[in-house]
Design a protein around this ligand. Structure first.
Ligand SMILES: C[S@@+](CC[C@H](N)C(=O)[O-])C[C@H]1O[C@@H](n2cnc3c(N)ncnc32)[C@H](O)[C@@H]1O
Length: 266
């Protein structure tokens, strides 16, 4: 039998935010590899009592490799658990390539990313009609991992859309300066979330002009996400999709007046 490695998004923290499929794969796994520093230990409640549980935070990629090699030799199932969604800053691609080289089957099971979780906590839509129709997921340049030269916070801030800043809380002064150098002003609304959906979660809203001071006041430097953009405080205009004058294959226009009103608003 060929071994199978399932890369699983565990969600932002709360144990009930993992998908049913993710939990199922953990329950089926012979080996569970998880990052104790990023994933809440409650996800391990899905693991079989006889599963081998490995904390990836204590190992380099080489240290994890022996478990993938064993899975390839013995045809075992591995659940590799990542925080949030594995497609974002998960370091999954190099592991995926390694597993493919070893002849293992692989699959990726998506998870709730922290940016979705934080938007849900403050009950805000990140795309508001005519205010913001794009969401930029990025991080501040100048950290440990080099950034492609054109992917600067300042350049994205010039667009004025909604931005989600990962991995940037340790340098919030620089973050604030770069965001203000783009299209945002000091009154632009921000949401700061530390350990969203964990028991010690802290979430607050502030003006961009106060961002660095507030983050410093709460001593946040890791496990923190910053959302910024006018959509975070706007109600926006009425969406066309649910207007009584809009029609599509599942719904008719409710009246001629409504149709005219919708056309006039365009
Ligand atoms: C290595 S990245 C992993 C991102 C993850 N794959 C996701 O989809 O959310 C870690 C960064 O994600 C953000 N993050 C992840 N989980 C978070 C949470 N529960 N609360 C706040 N920020 C979180 C923070 O910016 C943190 O520094």
């Amino acid at each position: 039998m060929t071994g199978l490695v399932s890369f699983i998004g565990a969600g932002p923290g709360a144990a009930d935010l993992i998908t049913l499929r993710g939990a199922q794969r953990i329950a089926e796994a012979d080996i569970v590899i998880w990052a104790a520093s990023l994933v809440h230990e409650d996800v391990l409640q899905h693991a079989r009592p006889d599963a081998l549980v490995v904390n990836s935070a204590e190992h380099s990629l080489e240290g994890i490799t022996e478990h993938y090699e064993r899975a390839a030799r013995e045809g075992l199932r591995v659940a590799r658990i990542h925080s949030g969604d594995p497609a974002l800053w998960g370091g999954t691609q190099e592991q995926h390539a390694l597993c493919t080289r070893l002849g293992l089957d692989t699959e990726v099971i998506p998870g709730v990313s922290s940016f979705s979780a934080v938007a849900a906590l403050v009950q805000r839509e990140l795309t508001i009609p005519e205010v913001a129709q794009s969401v930029v997921l990025t991080r501040l340049e100048g950290g440990k991992t080099p950034m492609p030269p054109r992917e600067t916070v300042r350049a994205y801030a010039e667009i004025g859309a909604t931005m989600c800043l990962f991995l940037s809380a340790a340098r919030t002064k620089q973050l604030q300066t770069e965001l203000l150098a783009g299209a945002y002003d000091e009154d632009t609304p921000c949401v700061v979330a530390y350990a969203a959906t964990w028991p010690d979660e802290l979430v607050f809203e502030c003006r961009l002009g106060d961002l660095a001071a507030k983050v410093k006041e709460h001593k946040l430097y890791k496990h923190t996400l910053v959302l910024v953009g006018p959509a975070l405080a706007a109600d926006g205009t009425r969406s066309h999709l649910y207007h009584p004058g809009h029609f599509h294959e599942h719904r008719k226009v409710e009246s001629l007046e409504a149709r005219r009103a919708l056309k006039a608003s365009r």
